[in-house]
Design a binder for this molecule. Structure first.
Ligand code: NAP
Length: 222
């Protein structure tokens, strides 16, 4: 049986990844930062672990828990948008967005990627088109954009480090999705975004290691 790991599965895109993988008969290991969300994930048939992705000790503990696992598909989903005002970010806002969207990836991907490489599996981070510098036509959400551009850089380094060992590592833009972050006016329902990304990830070959992909599998500029 194939195993998926979903980091940040309490709601939104992560929650839907758990639902779809379970519906397809996968074993699912999922994380959330509240016990009530872990309980709900267990009811969906997932093995759930408490993890705040900003908790260094929690990441180390997660490494121990996952030590013997072999992961076919690992998804780093947890993320925050941060301030929606146009002024300078405060130190607190900067730290929350950069720690959650970037530092967590720098800490979690080296734990997860070797478990994926062992079965020649795949690592996906949920980035955003807003992080693309090549496609940029607006400066709104500047801190979020900077964090996703930095996340893309971390993904590329992860691809360089673990691709040769067998892990195919990609960044996804999930589309503009109807979640708490995307809002009800977004283009896509979460089921369609997740179905698209799962299909794309299942179909990619090792040559795609280090790519930035739209949810439909088409290539995006960095
Ligand atoms: N929706 C969109 O249109 C869109 C577009 C581009 C990219 N994305 C990206 O897609 C990912 C998922 O977003 P979403 O749309 O599903 O948003 P969401 O519904 O707001 O969900 C955000 C998820 O991140 C988790 N999270 C945040 N900080 C965390 C932390 N410190 N530790 C553990 N979990 C944490 C949340 O957990 P709690 O429930 O505990 O807060 C929640 O599960 C994010 O990385 C986002 O940037 C979304």
């Amino acid at each position: 049986m194939s195993t998926a790991l979903i980091l940040g599965a309490s709601r939104g895109i992560g929650h839907e990844l758990v639902r779809q993988y379970r519906a397809d008969g996968w074993r699912v290991i999922a994380t959330a930062r509240k016990q009530s969300d872990c309980d709900a994930l267990k009811e969906m048939g997932a093995e759930a672990h408490l993890l705040d992705v900003n908790d260094t000790a929690g990441i180390a503990a997660m490494g121990w828990k996952l030590d013997d696992e072999r992961i076919d598909a690992a998804w780093l989903v947890a993320g925050v948008y941060g301030p929606r005002h146009a002024g300078f970010p405060t130190d607190v806002e900067f730290d929350e967005v950069m720690h959650t969207n970037v530092l967590s990836a720098m800490r979690l991907l080296p734990v997860v990627a070797p478990l994926v490489a062992a079965v020649r599996g795949k690592v996906a981070v949920i980035s955003s088109r807003m992080g693309s510098i090549g496609e940029r036509t607006s400066a709104s959400g500047s801190l979020y954009r900077a964090s996703k551009a930095a996340l893309n850089s971390v993904l590329k380094d992860t691809a360089l480090t673990y691709g040769g060992a067998g892990a195919t590592c990609v960044a996804f833009h999930p589309g503009w999705v109807q979640t708490d972050m995307g809002g009800s006016g977004a283009d896509l329902v979460v089921a369609d975004s997740v179905r698209g990304m799962r299909t794309a990830l299942a179909g990619i070959k090792p040559e795609a290691n280090g790519s930035f992909l739209n949810y439909d599998g088409t290539s995006l500029p960095w």
